[in-house]
Structure formats: structure tokens, C-alpha cells
Write a protein that binds this ligand. Structure first.
Ligand SMILES: *Cc1c(COP(=O)(O)O)cnc(C)c1O
Length: 385
């Protein structure tokens, strides 16, 4: 594939950048298992590779593809989404101030409120879907990072990336965006001004619920990016080589999977919004959703495969519904080919901003009518006791 042929992101993903093995002409790359690399006769390392805690050739394609899909300069794959996200905060110094969204992936929120604070970061949690709240919290000179997740777990509130980038940059801070749910198919945060894009690659990028992985994409290959690379090498939070290979294999079908999930999620949101046992559907694709206008501007081609339903009858009815599905799988996580349902407050525990009557739905690639009928019967059976 010629480098500047102008192919779309979907085509680049399908062919993993058109990579062909130069020796065997294989259309799929090998997995490099080596942990170490031989020195040159003159004591140098002309291959650029020394030891596999820093990187692995099996990462190259996944990282190049991710950088291309996000329109970034460079990408790094990590052992998990959490190790990718926490690297962005560990790249700061104790005493630095950060502004982060209140509604976000619960394990990162916990880490920020405990480890990061003990380590010395000053962390302000704000309603990031309100641009004014970010503006009020940043401290010019002291704030080094603004962190948003959009749409955000598990209520799918939408934050304005371009506005957040402007506020962050004016204060001398970087903007990091957890774009796990939007995926590069729907939103490209770097084009909107973000400095770092983070993914739990466990979710849509891999898409098959069979690896734990994370990724960062940087807008620039600069000193800050070098720091993130060093943190990965020092902490050893690298992805396994087999997982990196599986990630690349999963990303080839990212576009069709995400487009399918968006269509199904929109149809399910529309139908369940009118369901007699549903109090409210939370989905950026519903015109009644508070962030809908912003999502329409910021997300292209769909509103994602994630939605939540608030069940009439409260927590008891919600848990009873999750217990009565058959096709939906009752499990945590998201972004896989199989649809998942979860009573979210149960896993987030005390202090969660998640309403107790909320069921989180990750829409996979099954037939949308089957998913509708299965949840419909579960809601009715739970309601009738
Ligand atoms: C799952 C998830 C994470 C954490 O990623 P892991 O791969 O589980 O470590 C972070 N952010 C979001 C939005 C997620 O869904």
C-alpha cells in the first residue's frame, strides 16, 4: 500500500496499513517472541532494539495503525487500559494539579482519588460535560493535565473536546481524552485539539473479549511522549507479544463492528425509550439526551454501541432484569462482539455516581431484534415478579 495513497481509515485498518512481510510475502505478520537482540560486531545496536521490556517488533503494526486511525504522531500499546491511563499521570510531578471528570471509568477514578493523591498530585474532580466547570477548576501554571472521558461511563455524558483543549492549553496544561467508547471510528480527539488519546484496547479496538490491553496516541513525538515511552519501559507495562498480535487482528474489523453496534444501539435506544418498564434510556443518539447536539457535532457516523437503561422499580427490578436475560451476557466490560448487560452500581460500590436502577448495555454484533426481544422479556418477567 503506497504511503500517501489517501486511503480512508477504514481501509487502512482492514489491511493493517497494507503490511506485507518483506521476506515471505505473508499478508499477516509473525509474532516475535524474542526477549533480547544481538549486538553488532562494533558493539552497537543498529536494529534499534536491545531488550523486550522497551518494545517488541510485534507492536509496530498495531502502533502504526492506531497512530494513523487517530491522526496522531505516535502510538504506544500497554499491558492494560489502566496502565496506559496511569502512565499519563505518572509522567507528571508530585505537586502538579490535574482536572479530571467526575463521571469516568471507576477504577481510574479510584486510583486518582487514592494512589495519585497519596503520591502528591492535586486532583480536582469536575462535571466535565459542563465546559464552565473545567474552566473554573484549571489553575494557570499549576494545572498540567485535563482529563476527560467522552462519552463517559456509565451515563454517557458527552464532553466538548475542542472547548476542553482550548481551556487546557490556555492554562499551560495538556488535554488527555479517554476515547475508549467513541473509538477512532466515531471521534478523532487529536483533530479537535487533544494532546493524548487513551484507549482501553481491551474493548472495541480488540473487540473479541480475549485480551487485556491499552494504548496511548500522542499528537506530537516530543519530550513528553518520550517520557511516556520511558515509563512503559521502566514499569514494564508492555503488552505481551501474542496480545499485540491479537489486538492487530481485532483492529482489522474495527470499522464494521463499530458501525454495526452503533446501528443496533440506536435502534435499541429508540425502542426501549418507549418501553413501559423503562424509566429512562441514556444514549447520546437520542434527541432528548442532554449532550445530543454536542455528540452530533463531535461524533461522526453514529453515537456508539454503549447505552444504559434506568429500570422502573429501582435497584431490585434492575438486578432482577439482568438475571432474566438469555442472549445478553451478564458480565462486566464492553466493546466485544457479544452483547453484555451489567448492573453497574453493584460493581462500582459505595460512592459511585451511578444510579442504582441503571443497567449498562454493551451492544455487540448479534441481530438487533434478538437483543430487543431478549431484554423485553427480561424486563416483563422481572416486573411480574
Ligand atoms: C475498561 C476501561 C478502562 C480500563 O481499561 P483496562 O483495559 O480494563 O485496564 C478505562 N477506560 C474505559 C472507558 C474503560 O471502559
Amino acid at each position: 500500500m503506497k504511503k500517501d495513497a489517501g486511503f480512508s481509515a477504514a481501509s487502512l485498518a482492514a489491511q493493517a496499513m497494507g503490511w506485507i512481510d518483506p521476506v515471505t510475502r505473508a499478508v499477516v505478520p509473525p509474532i516475535h517472541m524474542a526477549s533480547t537482540y544481538q549486538r553488532d560486531d562494533d558493539n552497537g545496536y543498529r536494529s534499534g532494539r536491545v531488550y523486550a521490556r522497551a518494545d517488541n517488533p510485534t507492536f509496530d503494526q498495531a502502533e502504526a495503525t492506531l497512530a494513523a486511525l487517530e491522526g496522531g504522531a505516535k502510538a504506544l500499546v500497554f499491558s492494560s487500559g489502566m496502565s496506559a491511563a496511569t502512565a499519563c499521570f505518572l509522567a507528571l510531578a508530585p505537586g502538579d494539579h490535574v482536572v479530571v471528570s467526575k463521571v469516568m471509568y471507576w477504577a481510574l477514578r479510584n486510583w486518582l482519588a487514592t494512589f495519585a493523591v497519596h503520591w502528591g498530585l492535586k486532583v480536582d474532580f469536575v462535571d466535565a460535560e459542563k465546559t464552565d466547570a473545567i474552566a473554573a477548576a484549571v489553575k494557570p501554571g499549576a494545572t498540567k493535565l485535563v482529563w476527560i472521558e467522552t462519552p463517559a461511563n456509565p451515563t454517557w455524558v458527552v464532553s466538548d473536546i475542542a472547548a476542553a483543549a482550548e481551556i487546557a492549553h490556555k492554562a499551560g496544561a495538556l488535554l488527555g481524552v479517554d476515547s475508549t467508547v467513541a473509538t477512532p471510528v466515531l471521534t478523532r480527539p487529536i483533530e479537535l485539539g487533544a494532546d493524548i488519546v487513551m484507549h482501553s484496547a481491551t474493548k472495541y479496538l480488540n473487540g473479541h473479549s480475549d485480551i487485556i490491553a491499552g494504548a496511548l496516541v500522542g499528537a506530537r513525538d516530543d519530550a513528553h511522549w518520550a517520557k511516556l515511552r520511558t515509563i512503559r519501559a521502566q514499569l514494564g507495562t508492555i503488552l505481551g507479544q501474542t496480545e499485540a498480535w491479537l489486538l492487530m487482528r481485532g483492529m482489522r474489523t474495527l470499522f464494521p463492528r463499530v458501525h454495526w453496534a452503533c446501528r443496533s444501539a440506536q435502534s435499541l435506544a429508540d425502542r426501549f425509550a418507549a418501553h413501559p418498564m423503562v424509566a429512562e434510556v441514556l444514549y447520546p443518539g437520542l434527541p432528548s439526551f442532554p449532550g445530543h447536539a454536542l455528540a452530533t457535532r463531535q461524533m461522526k457516523g453514529g453515537f456508539g454501541g454503549m447505552l444504559s437503561v434506568r429500570v422502573k422499580g429501582g435497584e431490585r427490578a434492575a438486578i432482577a432484569t439482568a438475571a432474566r436475560v438469555d442472549l445478553w451476557k451478564r458480565a462486566t466490560s464492553l466493546g466485544g462482539v457479544e452483547s453484555l448487560i451489567e448492573h453497574r452500581a453493584s460493581i462500582e460500590g459505595p460512592g459511585t455516581p451511578c444510579p442504582p436502577d441503571l443497567l449498562r448495555l454493551s451492544v455487540g454484533v448479534e441481530e438487533s431484534d434478538d437483543l430487543h426481544d431478549d431484554l423485553d422479556q427480561a424486563l416483563r418477567r422481572a416486573h411480574n415478579g
